[in-house]
Design a protein around this ligand. Structure first.
Ligand code: THG
Length: 369
């Protein structure tokens, strides 16, 4: 396959770590929140295997923060998400679908409660800042909304715990999943959460002090040698196997959270006010007509650049394949697809046509592993 390079510019933003990852062998980028997000360091399969066994350092600065600060901050954050945040605690992260007034998804960020009147929305790839500013302005809320200079470094993989302990001490291992706290590195405090876009365990350092963050980056590689540390990035294979969803790939503003498996974070019985609540109550009452599911496909090669139609054996519309990769674990292609009723049940079979060849598709539950 012919390959092309991304033309960098002010608009396609670099991160403070870009020069480092380029020395370390990044081989492809994607663009996420108008910023470079590394997509591969050589073979995806090799990286996936390494991530499951060791520890990787990821430049995920493209997971930008939208800071909401001021008297009405909590009200605005709650207005944007269908997850009930009324009992949320300072020092915790919350995975929250953001919903528009049609009941459709706008983003699926991790939301950090820094203080009652100060929140970070750690966004996936859509312009949440303009949505937030529009709502604040229309509702005359007293808030400041801006993108702070925060560049996340993720430390992921089973050996991330020992590596982080070497740098930050025993206390870091006491962090609960989706909890955060402040930890000292060379006299600088860093906000660190136990989170990250893999199911292999790990941490995210929300770097505000860039200089200290770069020193930390170098230190992670220096002290990580004994754990076979490698540079990495969100891994397509690992994230599909784990059922971690990607806004813009697996779902977007044409889909609602009840179709996407977000039921756990859709609190329609609570008395909090949020956009699209009435719509979602109606959608729930009528029942959803399609669902995001896993699929196994009888082939061992795929490179999706757009969604592909899946049909049943009589040619009727079955669903739409939205992400896919070859999984060394299943020894076939697996993917995430929006499947229509009545085909949503596990083990229903469909047909996918790629360049004139037909492959059989089997529906399964998410996550795969
Ligand atoms: N970390 C941070 N910001 C982010 C991401 C991240 N912003 C963009 C993107 N990733 C948002 N999407 C997700 C999707 C899944 C998870 C986190 C962010 C996730 N889910 C857990 C799971 O599915 O097991 C648990 C969620 C829960 O139950 O609370 O971690 O990765 N900073």
């Amino acid at each position: 396959m012919k390959s092309f390079s991304i033309a960098k510019s002010r608009r396609v933003r670099s991160s403070p770590y870009t020069s480092r990852i380029e020395k370390q062998g990044v081989t492809s980028y994607t663009v996420y929140n108008h910023m470079l997000l590394p997509a591969a360091f050589g073979s995806l399969e090799e990286s996936c295997k390494h991530l499951k066994k060791n520890v990787q350092i990821w430049d995920v600065a493209a997971e930008r923060q939208v800071e909401i600060k001021g008297k009405d901050a909590a009200k605005l954050v709650q207005l944007m998400t269908c997850r009930d945040l009324s009992k949320s605690k300072i020092g915790r992260c919350y995975y929250c679908p953001l919903i528009d007034d049609n009941g459709n998804l706008v983003n699926d960020p991790v939301i950090l409660k820094l203080a009652e009147d100060r929140w970070w929305i750690s966004i996936a790839d859509s312009d949440v800042i303009f949505f937030a500013k529009g709502l604040a302005s229309g509702n005359k809320y007293e808030v400041k909304i801006f993108e702070p200079n925060v560049n996340i470094l993720a430390i992921q993989g089973p050996k991330s715990f020992d590596l982080m302990e070497k740098i930050f001490g025993k206390k870091i291992k006491e962090l609960k999943f989706f909890g955060f706290d402040y930890f000292d590195f060379d006299g600088v405090k860093h906000l660190i959460a136990r989170s990250g876009w893999s199911k292999q365990g790990g941490f995210e350092v929300y770097v505000e002090n860039t200089k200290s963050g770069l020193d930390l980056y170098d230190q992670l590689f220096e002290l990580g040698k004994e754990f076979d540390v490698k540079p990495g990035c969100p891994n397509l294979i690992e994230r599909i196997e784990s059922g971690l969803l990607s806004y813009g790939n697996d779902f977007d503003n044409e889909d609602n959270p009840l179709e996407c498996g977000f039921e756990k974070y859709v609190n329609l019985e609570s008395d909090v006010t949020f956009l699209g609540k009435e719509k979602l109550i109606l959608i729930k009452k009528n029942g959803v007509k399609r669902k995001l599911k896993g699929v196994q496909i009888d082939t061992n090669r795929i490179n999706l650049t757009k969604s592909l139609k899946i049909k049943d054996d009589r040619g009727n519309f079955f669903g739409e394949l939205r992400s896919a990769c070859y999984s060394p674990h299943f020894k076939k292609v697996i993917g995430i697809a929006m499947i229509n009723e009545p085909y949503c049940e596990a083990s229903k079979a469909g047909i996918l046509e790629i360049e004139g060849n037909s492959f059989s598709v089997k529906v399964c539950d998410l996550p795969f592993i």
